[in-house]
Write a protein of this length. Structure first.
Ligand SMILES: Cc1cc2nc3c(=O)[nH]c(=O)nc-3n(C[C@H](O)[C@H](O)[C@H](O)COP(=O)(O)OP(=O)(O)OC[C@H]3O[C@@H](n4cnc5c(N)ncnc54)[C@H](O)[C@@H]3O)c2cc1C
Length: 399
């Protein structure tokens, strides 16, 4: 698309957002205000519903998916303009679902036409909430050791086993799962990728509590669950390729998530000015914190600029599958450092759990700090990312 057309597109998007995004949907979002997809979708307010419906009807819950499947049909540059303009105006994400972030792109790449028609529009319209069934009690970093079994029974598979750390399994409608379909093949070669309806008989979930006080994880059990063969994505025993492609989307998401998770309304600079204060020369009073703050601001900007550079490279056809890997590591580690810094800047006010002595931003700081520890584990731990980068990107020897 020519630059002039893109300029016009930007103006149109800006106008449309300004006409259609209710003012209440231009405020920073809290966890409770997020609108999650699902059969029993719930809205925290009438405005949130209106905003979701307007974005859905335009296909902008999934702007770069094909228009005939419920998406916005935008190209990569147009999608970025939409994201930028939404950010500029402070518009909230209208719909949350890992179907949008992870499964949808994998179905678009590996699914049959029938599978795309069945699942993609429902994800775009927020009608189904998805969860991810990869990890198992003895298969996390070493995912290919998974043991959940799917036995070929003619017109269906019979699934038995259990998954762990399944985020929001108890609230989800469907799960995408890695299962072992050939126990005799080499580890990665006997795995298939299945879509399973959580309402099917034989599936149960058991919540696991987190240090942040929430309980968003579950262990998910499969006891003789019948799964129709048409729910197999990709070839039988070739699920590892689908799994890897999906992990690339997950890592891209994890790299960007640090900036999009609900948190306090202030960033480190505002927190420093408010909680630490400046001396007579206008410098931040605590020199150690000043140095940490500057380091963080530089790193954050460098991460942002690198995201921008890789986007530009992609547009010009230079895709590098190693980039999400590196950005996942760098983005989540810097996200953790940001939360450490916020807690340090707030002092005792950054260590509140509940009660009148703390305002809501301070409580969000504590909980965000605890939650951020999970970001460098989810989607592949930092240590494992470093191993892969050392081997695949830098070509270092095993020892
Ligand atoms: C917030 C969050 C959400 C998640 N959501 C989901 C979900 O929805 N669905 C799902 O399937 N899974 C989910 N997970 C699980 C996640 O994918 C696993 O936690 C992750 O892959 C690590 O596996 P593990 O927990 O079994 O740790 P392990 O693999 O047991 O690792 C334990 C420790 O050993 C280190 N380690 C392991 N192997 C090596 C190695 N070769 N070299 C160096 N160090 C190593 C790891 O870095 C880690 O520090 C989620 C995790 C988190 C934190």
């Amino acid at each position: 698309m020519a630059d002039l057309d893109l300029d016009q597109f930007r103006l149109d998007v800006r106008q449309w957002l300004s006409d259609n995004c209710p003012p209440s949907q231009r405020q920073p979002i809290t966890r409770e205000e997020q609108v999650w997809a699902g059969r029993n979708m719930q809205f925290p307010s009438e405005d949130a519903k209106l905003w979701f419906e307007r974005m859905r009807d335009r296909g902008w819950t999934v702007p770069d998916w094909p228009a005939e499947l419920g998406g916005g049909g935008l190209n990569e540059q147009q999608s970025k303009i939409l994201r930028d303009e939404m950010k500029q105006l402070g518009c909230r994400t209208p719909l949350y679902d890992i179907g949008i972030w992870m499964l949808g792109p994998a179905v678009l790449e590996f699914g049959t036409e029938e599978q795309k028609r069945e699942h993609i529009p429902r994800i775009a319209r927020g009608e189904v909430r998805w969860c991810q069934g990869y990890s198992e009690p003895s298969a996390g970093s070493d995912l290919a050791s998974l043991r959940t079994r799917a036995e070929d029974c003619g017109d269906h598979f019979l699934v038995n086993g259990s998954k762990i750390w399944t985020t929001n399994a108890d609230k989800s409608d469907w799960i995408f799962c890695l299962v072992r379909t050939d126990p005799d093949a080499k580890k990665q070669e006997g795995i298939s990728f299945l879509l399973i309806d959580m309402a099917d008989p034989g599936i149960t979930t058991s919540p696991i509590e987190l240090i942040s006080g929430e309980s968003e994880f579950c262990q998910t059990f499969f006891d003789n669950v019948k799964v129709p063969k048409r729910n197999l994505i990709g070839e039988l025993n070739q699920g590892w390729s689908v799994a890897k492609a999906l992990l690339r989307h997950e890592r891209k998401l994890m790299a960007e998530i640090g900036g999009d998770t609900p948190g306090p309304s202030f960033g480190p600079v505002q927190a420093a000015l408010h909680y630490v204060g400046c001396d007579a020369s206008g410098k931040l009073r605590d020199p150690a914190l000043r140095e940490q703050l500057v380091r963080h601001e530089m790193a954050y900007r460098a991460v942002g600029l690198t995201h921008f550079r890789t986007f530009e490279e992609r547009i010009s056809g230079q895709t590098d599958s190693n980039v999400p890997l590196i950005m996942k590591y760098v983005g989540t580690e810097e996200g953790k450092r940001k939360d450490e810094l916020l807690v340090a800047l707030l002092g005792f006010q950054g260590l509140g759990w509940e009660g009148d002595g703390f305002n809501s931003d301070e409580l969000l700081t504590t909980r965000g700090w605890l939650f951020s520890k999970a970001l460098s584990i989810a989607g592949g731990s930092s240590e494992v990312q470093l191993n892969i980068i050392a081997k695949r990107v830098l070509g270092l020897p095993q020892q």
